[in-house]
Design a protein around this ligand. Structure first.
Ligand code: HPA
Ligand code: ZN
Length: 319
């Protein structure tokens, strides 16, 4: 089976409806939904913000370290079925501390599952702390310090949530600090925002990968820059369809970018919300965008090469 790296997945976005109900029951939390069908009926999104509103509401069922561990372990088990052998997962610590969950509970639970991932699932992992760009940058710095204090190992930092109107440059200090501490850097850009948001993330934050980058296709100079500097885009085509960033999978720019030499990768983003895990995304692209076996093999290879795994591990996963 082809080995894949998943480089763009939000752990909270892997919270399946069944687990929402199970955790609500376990923790005695009332849900505003009559049943699973009532919840699922709300997964028809108009845009990024309408998704984020539901995403932040649903994650309130996550209370104990065991809840975070169960969430993470369920993702890893499902990802392995999709062929994932390396997972660099995003975690929105601020979304949990803001509702009173201590950082050591949230991060401790995630870490418990990640630490067992190699033995349990044959997946090597890394944890990327994603800052919420709709909140002030000072809060990102505070979250970063809290995360470091827990002692849970971090692979990197990233930037997500509401894009338009929240410039990447505001987060330059916390990204510089993380880089000085030896962490890797990524940022969401060009999802709803235009190509200028991608330029901003590259210039102001000096990130090593761009998450999404769909709108880069509108700027030839940017495409040349991404190709020349070999800056990967971690793209999420199913997410882009569900959040109306593109009208259909058939209209997604990932294949054109691949042909033009951009280091694109394919990912699931929030698989519990957007219709599937990595294997589902690849199947959709084969069916609707006409990806060939060779294209799929190239995307798998790109994913390993764009990961932050060691060179030895990359060689092992590519073999
Ligand atoms: N975009 C921005 N922030 C997010 C997303 C996304 O697709 N998913 C979870 N947080
Ligand atoms: Zn994302």
């Amino acid at each position: 089976m082809t080995a894949w790296a998943e480089l763009h997945v939000h752990l909270e976005g892997t919270l399946e409806p069944e687990l929402i109900f199970a955790l609500a029951e376990r923790n005695g939390i009332p849900l505003p939904y009559a049943d699973l069908d009532d919840l699922r009926a709300r997964y028809d999104f108009a845009d990024l913000q309408s998704f984020l509103d539901l995403y932040y509401t649903n994650m309130q069922v996550l209370q104990t370290a065991q809840d975070f561990a169960d969430l993470t372990d369920a993702y890893l088990a499902r990802a392995r079925q999709a062929g994932v052998r390396r997972a660099e997962v995003f975690f929105d610590l601020q979304a949990h501390t803001a509702r009173g969950i201590p950082p050591e509970v949230a991060l401790g639970g995630v870490h418990q599952a990640l630490a067992a991932a190699e033995a349990q699932h044959g997946i090597s992992t890394g944890l990327i702390l994603t800052f919420l760009r709709h909140l002030p940058a000072g809060e990102a710095m505070a979250a970063y310090r809290q995360a470091v204090e827990t002692g849970v190992p971090l692979l990197g930092v990233g930037l997500c949530s509401t894009e338009i109107g929240h410039p990447a440059a505001e987060f330059a200090d916390v990204f510089s600090q993380a880089r000085a501490d030896g962490l890797r850097t990524v940022a969401h850009a060009g999802e709803e925002g235009d190509a200028s948001y991608v330029w901003d993330a590259l210039r102001a934050l000096d990130v090593e990968r761009i998450d999404h980058g769909v709108h880069a296709i509108e700027d030839d100079r940017l495409i040349d820059h991404l190709v020349g500097e070999r800056i990967p885009l971690t793209m999420c085509p199913l997410s882009n369809v569900r959040l109306k960033v593109v009208p259909s999978l058939a209209a997604h720019p990932i294949l054109e970018m691949l042909r033009r030499g951009v280091h694109v990768t394919v990912n699931s983003d929030d698989p519990a919300y957007f219709g599937g895990y990595l294997d589902d995304v690849v199947a959709g692209l084969r069916a609707e965008l006409g990806l060939t076996d060779a294209d799929v093999a190239q995307l798998a290879r790109n994913s390993i090469l764009a990961s932050f795994a060691s060179e030895a591990e990359k060689a092992r996963l590519l073999a």
